[in-house]
Unconditional design. Structure first.
Length: 326
């Protein structure tokens, strides 16, 4: 059995207090919401931290308000189960509810939060392993070592962004509110990420993601497709979130197309979005768009399934996703 290392558990009473603790402890402290990603990493000794700051019960991070006409605010500590079942999300932003329902298992969705999902660590077959396995194999760049075992000549880490909700929230044009020692800021979900397996978040360590903000739907429709080995529960090895706005004649007025699990951050394929604009969803244009998206996806050999198969599946699943709007 894998055991947790010793750590100090702190439960701040307010958001302000939580920010203060993170700022004063420096790199020794980490946030924990549901703990479904963090605690396994601590057991694997990839997250070696002395202070765990529990934020799931903070009042400032809880609750879901609004509707599809005005836009929605989702507190970062809302659980995935709450996101799945909330009436305003089910009716107006159904794609988000369906994507949340595909994360892990019911038990994990009862604990795991939307904020934790967006800040999920990147994944790699050489990294998501117990300490003894990694030691026997040779440590890698992301933790304890100085070489990337997937791409030994590389100076960067290629671990994969595996959040199910990040691509969907990007397709819905979502933003996040971050609160830190220097105040607060609101940034598009897309800007939260960096294509770097180690420093995958564009935020300071003491900044807390407090809210997810969704704009009014305003005619947008969206779809999410996820490829994984086990249909019951598994991380994505490829995911696609597509949102379109069509005019009355069925032409695409605007589109957003995001691929997940193909690099260290979600990948927005702007060339494919551009190709869709002004077009009807007919076989010819769908082929062009699928080709552009497949070309943009450059997965590496560090998750389940082969790289070639994952790349080929971009076309197959994008065709299915676009087919839902035809
Ligand atoms: C068996 C298993 C299967 C899984 N399958 C999937 C899957 O299919 N798809 C998927 O997307 N995920 C999956 N997960 C990962 C995880 O359970 C979910 O992503 C979950 O939503 C994480 O939320 P949490 O609240 O538990 O995060 P935590 O574990 O509490 O935190 C995760 C990370 O985010 C940081 N963090 C948490 N909240 C905040 C915040 N408000 N502000 C700033 N930083 C924060 C933490 O410091 C930590 O680094 C799986 C996990 C397990 C164990
Ligand atoms: S991509 Fe390379 S450096 Fe990153 S976790 Fe995997 S083996 Fe380690």
């Amino acid at each position: 059995m894998l055991r947790l290392p010793p750590f100090q558990y702190v439960r701040p009473g307010t958001l302000h207090e939580a920010v203060g603790i993170l700022a004063s402890e420096g790199g020794k402290a980490v946030l924990m919401a549901g703990g479904t990603d963090l605690l396994p990493r601590m057991k694997h000794r990839v997250a070696a931290l002395e202070v765990v700051v529990a934020i799931r019960a903070l009042r400032e991070l809880r609750g879901i308000w609004g509707d599809p006409r005005q836009g929605l605010v989702i507190g970062a500590a809302s659980t995935l189960a709450e996101v799945c079942s909330h009436p305003a999300i089910r009716q107006g932003y159904e794609v988000l509810s369906l994507a949340a329902a595909q994360v892990a298992t019911p038990q994990i969705r009862n604990m795991g939060t939307i904020g934790g999902n967006l800040c999920l660590d990147t994944r790699c077959s050489y990294y998501d392993m117990p300490y003894t396995w990694r030691k026997a194999m040779g440590f890698c760049l992301k933790k304890n070592g100085d070489t990337c075992l997937v791409a030994p000549g590389s100076t960067r880490c290629w671990a994969v962004s595996s959040s199910d909700l990040a691509p969907v929230l990007m397709a819905l044009d979502g933003r996040v509110r971050l609160v830190g020692p220097r105040g607060e800021r609101v940034v598009p979900v897309e800007e939260l990420y960096r294509d770097d397996g180690i420093r995958y978040l564009n935020k300071e360590p003491a900044e807390i993601l407090t809210e997810v903000l969704l704009p009014p739907l305003d005619g947008w429709k969206a779809a999410y497709w996820k490829v994984r080995r086990r249909g019951s529960f598994d991380f994505p090895v490829l995911s696609l979130a597509v949102a379109v706005r069509q005019d009355e004649g069925g032409h695409i007025a605007d589109a957003r197309l995001i691929l997940g699990a193909v690099r260290s951050s979600p990948l927005r394929v702007r060339e494919a979005e551009e190709a869709l604009r002004g077009e009807k969803l007919e076989p010819g244009i769908m082929e062009v768009v699928c080709e552009l998206a497949s070309r943009a996806a450059r997965p590496v050999e560090n998750t389940d399934f082969t790289v070639l198969w994952r790349k080929r599946m971009v076309k197959v699943f994008l065709r299915r996703a676009l087919g839902t709007f035809a």
